[in-house]
Write a protein that binds this ligand. Sequence first.
Ligand code: FEO
Ligand code: CA
Ligand code: CA
Ligand code: CA
Length: 647
Amino acid sequence: MASDQHEDGISNPQRRTLFKAIGAAGVATAGAGLLPGCGRRSHSNAQNLSFEEIPHGLDYRHHIPKGYEADLLLRWGDPLAADAAAFDPQRLTPSEQSRRFGYNNDFIAFMPLDQRAGPGEGDLHCQSNNSERGLLCVNHEYTQPHLMFSGYNDEYSATRGVSAEHVAIEQQACGHSIVEIEKTADGWQVLQDSPYNRRISLTTAMDIVGPAAGDERLVTRADASGRQVFGTVGNCAGGKTPWGTVLIAEEGFGGAFQGDPDNVADPREARNHHAFGIEAGNRNWGDHDPRFDIAVEPNEPNRFGWMVEYDPYDPESKPRKLTGLGRFEHEGFTLVSKPGQPIVAYGGDDDEHQFVYRFVSKHTYQPGESAHNRALLTEGTLYAGRFNEDGSGHWLPLVYGEGPLTGDNGFRNQADVLIDCRRAAKLLGATPMDRPEDVETNPVNDCTYVMLTKNKKRSADELNAANPRPRNSAGHVVEIVPPGRFGERDHASTEFKWNTFLLGGNPNAENPNERGAYGQQHPGNISAHGWFANPDNVAFDPKGNMWIATDGCESFGFHDGLWAMATEGEMRAAPKHFFGCPEGAEICGPEFTPDGKTLFVSVQHPADGGRSTFDNPMHRWPDNDPTLPPRPSVLAIRSKDGKEIGS
Ligand code: FEO
Ligand code: CA
Ligand code: CA
Ligand code: CA
């Protein structure tokens, strides 16, 4: 097979047509399909997505291809303790919620269990490839009182007027769940009495570690050390480490805080709080829990917006907030770990005109040396990405005292650089992006993919080659190619190449700024149902196929869902539609077992939208029971004949 098969694609008339169409929209040239290909090689994976595609649609059900089954594995309120009763939303209390599956499931990590090891023996478990028994580690991004509790008139009253009891339940429904699951002859099942089952919520004690720990800006009345915090919130996506820990992101934390930043005495904090959307009209948790009122605790928001690392194999382990990975609206951080080399972690700040980040550990990854590896994410250098017009790029170090990151710009130390990461990255000249969501590396071709979900705030005079569309409503995907030959790329280099992998949207849209572009070599390779918009989460199956989860397709007339595609070869960037959500929901996760035979997906906020409420919902997925509201849930999808997903 010719190894540089798509290098010469520029002469392909269909590619040229694509380029011309984008050029006509006033788009800068470098990003749009001119530099296709990461692996420079066609893999056998290119043709093996042979599943029967599902159509675009929109109704109260979820949809999977023919020949597949979806086990309803976990729903909001499902019991995670041996003596917990079946869920009754009318009798929910904070302590009941604390031992039940949380709300609005998002990121999923499947952590295999080694049959020979027990709790606390993560070093053994994390080397297992067991695909039939494991811990499902699931984020709970946020709560929606109007869909959780009876008595709300409509969703517009949802964030106000909540009671102290509701706030306490919501704070237990946020965070994260660890659940032992097992594949049986009847499909995947939860082990309700497992010693691993655990909830992490807004009352879970955590350490703050890394360069900003103990800084005066993290000190509150409850914590003079600036090193101890209760809980995590806005837990969107995340990542996994090869030493058996899970990373969970704190994304939209600003919405948990109320108060007027302009009334905060320190003007530095006023600017900081404004940047994260803290305002008087936010949800009024602060009325019932004063630490969420910035008039009472102006530093409490500085203790959120970090990445959290914890050990799911040890139910007693204390989670840690990793300040070295910066403070912003973290979508997630995913790792590239190669023995004897530094750990490289990629992440995005999911807001308009924010940046893509990369962390490089100071020390190298040493397989099997658990204590050494568990410190790797606390020491290293954080960088922000600059995507140049010519398809080159580089990583800009966020280091106090270097370049503009000095006292002249208000930075006292490295803690300030990390707490005010956005301001630091902007001063360095990082490229403002169209809302970076998941950033993840394909383990087969070793290239890194950035999901850019949309940016309706980008004006025509703010375009750059990596963000080429004004008022970008459909989003796009950028491919980062680190230097080095295929299979041995140097992710720690400060230089990289990049190109536009695909543009979301309808390939037949009349307006070139809304027109999708897929399969640069052969745009005809996708069906009428192969296009999508608003890429959010991404996962790679064991063969290196890319699976994109969307958040926003309903504004294009069909359900959010999953689309699968090759990243190399003739079918590169030609998506096929695999899963569709019930109306109102977005899909998160997705996550494969190591054998690629099970795909876990999170269906988040089903029946959200319009005037849908607990008492009068748009639908009642997944139970369709008149006594139950719609419930965010996790599905485990399997092929009926036991084949790998998608094949
Ligand atoms: Fe929570 Fe960035 O989606
Ligand atoms: Ca997300
Ligand atoms: Ca992912
Ligand atoms: Ca989302």
